[in-house]
Design a protein around this ligand. Structure first.
Ligand SMILES: [Zn+2]
Length: 87
């Protein structure tokens, strides 16, 4: 979720780089994962690729298509939440 949706988290730093202000938050099993735009674009795709490729039987083309489809859906959902909040 976007950081502005979570009260009290507006000024927390990114869990990946530790220096930039986080713009998104994910509730992981063992705590919060905060991420800035830079790390979301530059580093998280590598984490996803490593997770998928590590599974020997993964169909990379299927995984890529699924990731793009879910990213598009997530962007639509985030935009809808921003618009609903502004109205
Ligand atoms: Zn970062």
């Amino acid at each position: 979720m976007m950081i502005q949706e979570v009260a009290g988290n507006a000024h927390k730093n990114c869990s990946v780089c530790g220096t930039r202000r986080a713009s998104a938050l994910w509730m992981a099993f063992d705590g919060e994962l905060l991420c800035c735009e830079h790390c979301g674009l530059k580093h998280l795709p590598q984490l996803i690729a490593d997770a998928v490729v590590a599974e020997q039987g993964s169909d990379i083309e299927h995984a890529k298509a699924l990731m793009i489809e879910r990213f598009d859906r997530a962007v639509e959902h985030a935009n809808a939440r921003i618009q609903a909040k502004g109205s």
